[in-house]
Design a protein around this ligand. Structure first.
Ligand code: BDR
Ligand code: CA
Length: 311
């Protein structure tokens, strides 16, 4: 049986790889890709998602544009990581497939209303604005969500955008608060896990060696954004954050974490968007999220390469 998912995303090279991983995995049925402003503005994220679908030969996938700014705060983007287009690294053709007319938030609401309860998983890979807006507008859909498996936050690794906060949560902390408090089952893939899924020369060359347009694109994208993380962290390569969400759906055994309480800082400017994770269970606050800390990097890259080879 396939698992139905909606990918909510702001591509971004690592978002693009996550979309490809999902499209290359027969266990998953991608009901739609909903785009949000994040790494780059909405006009680019909704264009990039279609470029990625066309690269995978999947013009049939429905792509929707959603919220163009966070709930309360001004939009912060990350061209310094992802380049001006959000998908810098390799020139790819302009997409010819159309964006759906429906707003992404309406698609999320309508899908959760029409599908059987507990059969649709949300996979947010960017700021949580679309998801929070859908939950605010139609709270009855929350109980129908199977799971929310999201990339965002950090505890041991703390921040990549401010000293305290990870990008996706920092950009829209009010939206993150709504999602973390919503009551649906939440799985968090934070920097603590993704910073262990680093690219290496052999891993990038394995993408290139696929000898396909998908392999070439993924190798070039990872080559492109590696320079930023290597300079910043002095690490061997760069983390492929967002594909870890899809990998968790396929192979949860590759990850380890704890079911704990996670709250979002929305008041202090100094620590805005911090994911305050009660890893050591020092409070009596109710657990609300499975917070992942470890990933088997070799297992992850083997899975990713094998699935990209199918496209
Ligand atoms: C997250 O921020 C974005 O730059 C990436 O696409 C990922 O979703 C990592 O902090
Ligand atoms: Ca992302």
């Amino acid at each position: 049986m396939t698992r139905k998912i909606i990918i909510d995303t702001d591509p971004g090279q690592d978002d693009a790889v996550a979309i490809l991983l999902a499209l290359g995995s027969p266990e998953l049925e991608v009901l739609g890709i909903t785009c949000v402003a994040g790494n780059v503005p909405l006009a680019l994220t909704s264009k990039n998602a279609r470029i990625v679908c066309e690269l995978a030969g999947r013009r049939d996938v429905k792509v929707f544009a959603g919220c163009d700014r966070p709930l309360l705060r001004p939009l912060v983007t990350a061209e310094y990581v992802h380049g001006k287009t959000g998908l810098d690294g390799i020139p790819l053709p302009e997409p010819t497939m159309a964006l759906q007319d429906q707003h992404a938030v309406d698609f999320i609401i309508e899908t959760l209303r029409s599908e059987a309860p507990g059969t649709v998983t949300l996979c947010p890979l960017g700021p949580l604005t679309n998801i929070a807006t859908a939950f605010r507008r139609a709270p009855e859909i929350i109980s129908k969500v199977e799971q929310i498996v999201l990339m965002g936050g950090a505890y041991f690794e703390v921040g990549n955008t401010t000293p305290a906060a990870e990008f996706n949560i920092y950009v829209d902390p009010q939206a993150a608060e709504i999602v973390f408090k919503c009551g649906a089952p939440v799985v968090v893939v934070p920097l603590d896990a993704t910073h262990k899924a680093l690219t290496t020369r052999p891993r990038i060359e394995a993408f290139r060696a696929l000898g396909t347009p998908v392999g070439a694109a993924v190798a070039s994208w990872t080559d492109f954004f590696e320079r930023f993380d290597m300079a910043k962290y002095g690490s061997e390569g760069a983390p492929l954050h967002d594909p870890c969400v899809i990998a968790w759906l396929l192979r949860p055994d590759l990850f380890e974490g704890r079911f704990i309480n996670v709250e979002i800082e929305t008041h202090s400017e100094l620590t805005m968007g911090m994911t305050v994770a009660d890893w050591w269970r020092v409070t009596k606050r109710e657990p609300n999220a499975l917070f992942l800390r470890d990933v088997d990097a070799d297992g992850f890259y083997t899975l990713l390469t094998e699935r990209l080879a199918r496209l």
